[in-house]
Design a protein around this ligand. Structure first.
Ligand SMILES: [Zn+2]
Length: 207
């Protein structure tokens, strides 16, 4: 159900809905040709992508957002992300990235986590979007009822003991409590987490 689309340093994902694919994340600004090439390899056309969700607005996750909007793909912005969609603009400006297009605020589709299940269900995707801060304030994750979760740059379970952060522990407790199978990160490899249903269980497995 989930397809990996890699054309740079970020793992992006495609989830098939009834109206087209939902794309999770993009890579750096200027990678549009590579994006098209990678799509072609999967035998998918850009017209088959209906929506995009950016897990958080760091430059290696949102670089092509406006390019994709211009191609007719709708950008879903969660309300907790609204104040952050321009936080990476200065990075592209600083590197003199000619390809970068700043997101046009009036072209995005703002949703809340609470209404995400209903919205996704209209797309034919069973799941919800949850706020998973920690790596950044605006980080969100897509949790599918199939037991797969796309979490962007959320710090992996294995690192929880290093960070000792109550926010992270709560997020992971919530994720594991949903009896997930696979966690899909934007950088490390996907991880099978089906063995644990809580942080407590996970910690016990380490001892
Ligand atoms: Zn990041």
């Amino acid at each position: 159900m989930l397809k990996e689309l890699i054309y740079g340093n970020t793992r992006t994902y495609l989830i098939k809905g009834k109206k087209g694919y939902l794309l999770i994340d993009t890579d750096w600004a200027g990678t549009l040709p590579q994006f098209f090439k990678a799509l072609k390899k999967l035998n998918i056309t850009v017209q088959e992508i209906s929506h995009i969700l950016v897990t958080h607005y760091h430059p290696d996750h949102m670089g092509l957002a406006q390019d994709l909007i211009d191609l007719g793909i709708k950008l879903i912005v969660i309300d907790v992300q609204k104040d952050y969609i321009h936080q990476s603009d200065y990075i592209f400006e600083k590197e003199g990235n000619q390809a970068f297009k700043s997101i046009q605020d009036d072209m995005v589709l703002v949703l809340s986590c609470n209404t995400s299940r209903e919205f996704l269900s209209e797309l034919g995707i069973d799941g919800e979007i949850v706020h998973t801060p920690g790596h950044s304030e605006d980080s969100v994750s897509l949790i599918l009822d199939s037991g797969e979760a796309v979490v962007g740059d959320l710090y992996p379970l294995e690192q929880i003991v290093l960070y000792d952060s109550s926010i992270l522990i709560d997020i992971w407790d919530n994720l594991l409590g949903r009896r997930l199978n696979w966690i899909y990160y934007a950088h490390p490899l996907p991880d099978n987490v089906s063995a644990w249903s809580s942080i407590e269980e996970y910690k016990l497995s380490l001892s």
